[in-house]
Design a protein around this ligand. Structure first.
Ligand SMILES: Cc1cc2nc3c(=O)[nH]c(=O)nc-3n(C[C@H](O)[C@H](O)[C@H](O)COP(=O)(O)OP(=O)(O)OC[C@H]3O[C@@H](n4cnc5c(N)ncnc54)[C@H](O)[C@@H]3O)c2cc1C
Length: 284
């Protein structure tokens, strides 16, 4: 199918982009990599009358170190840039691993971190990484920007707390302590498909004891979520208890890719795997 007619604005600065959004009275949408938006437009799931293309905004694709050992990633950083960035690999190996599972190379070449977070698919890797890594999402708006904690950003499938005239400009990931172990596992029917379910974790240890853990679930809820019961169970009773608790943390849906029961089973199996890997890495 072909999209319905639309107007097109190409912004060359963030100010121009937010001014165009504000002037549209909530009618315009941002166009970034177009990898989710354009198919939805062609299927007429979306019939937005105005698009504000942000691809011409210089430096919005930068990946920079921050003073706390973390990274600031511009909204236009492509999936492929994250996948191949030495900074990402060095500071957030769990994110480096996750990027290999995002779609196919052609899509990774165009898709952006800002687009993925805004699109908010509950089975997408980058929203889950944002929740796992306690990301701060930095936005701009004609009336002033804000910082939104990833934990407060995702509201429902394909729904975030972004206002219609607000854009993501960057994502900040706070640095991890040296020696933090990590694990990432997902199950998809074919390589490059959206995951049926996925689990990721980071773990800190003191000798053989876990001192801190974060576990995030993907495709197992209507948004990416932290598995708080599993995190507590890991500290008190170890990996098997955490894996069993992750099954309860999950509130998955039934769909043609898998039943809710099957997804709960995946939550348990994948949690056991990621925690085993994360603890081994933390103990090295
Ligand atoms: C066949 C296929 C398979 C895929 N598989 C996966 C997968 O396995 N895992 C995965 O994570 N993703 C997958 N994707 C989605 C892909 O990662 C998209 O690139 C991503 O979801 C959207 O990024 P984009 O830059 O293309 O955004 P666009 O398509 O341009 O925009 C998506 C939405 O975000 C809004 N938006 C974009 N940028 C901003 C911004 N800076 N501020 C505010 N709003 C903004 C747009 O208005 C739109 O509503 C797949 C896509 C396809 C077509």
């Amino acid at each position: 199918m072909k999209p319905a007619p639309f107007d097109y604005v190409r912004a060359s600065t963030v100010d121009e982009a937010v001014a165009a959004l504000a002037a549209s009275n909530g009618e315009a949408k941002v166009l970034a990599g177009g990898q989710s938006l354009v198919p939805m437009l062609n299927f007429r799931i979306v019939d937005t009358p105005i698009f504000v293309d942000i691809n011409g905004i210089q430096d919005l694709d930068r990946i920079e170190e921050t003073t706390d050992g973390g990274l600031r990633i511009g909204a236009l950083a492509r999936h492929f840039a994250l996948e191949t960035s030495d900074l990402v690999k060095d500071r957030f190996p769990v994110l480096h691993e996750a990027m290999k599972h995002v779609a196919h190379l052609a899509i990774r070449n165009r898709g952006t971190i800002g687009g993925s977070l805004s699109h908010a698919d509950p089975a997408a890797e980058l929203p889950t990484m944002a929740v796992l890594l306690d990301a701060k999402i930095i936005t701009a708006r004609a009336s002033g920007g804000r910082e939104i904690a990833a934990a407060d950003f995702f509201v429902a499938p394909l729904t975030t707390t972004l206002e219609p005239d607000e854009i993501i400009v960057a994502v900040e990931l706070p640095g991890l302590a040296t020696g933090t172990g990590w694990g990432f596992e997902e199950f998809a029917q074919r390589r490059g498909d959206f995951a049926v379910a996925g689990v990721s974790a980071i773990v800190s240890m003191d000798g053989k004891s876990v001192t801190e853990s974060r576990i995030a679930l993907m495709g197992l809820h209507d948004t990416p979520v932290r598995a708080h019961a599993a995190e507590a169970a890991l500290l008190d009773d170890g990996i098997d208890a955490a894996a069993a608790a992750a099954r309860l943390d999950a509130e998955p849906m039934n769909d043609l890719h898998g039943s809710a029961d099957y997804r709960r089973h995946l939550a348990e199996v994948l949690t056991r795997r990621v925690l085993t890997a994360a603890m081994e890495r933390a103990a090295r």
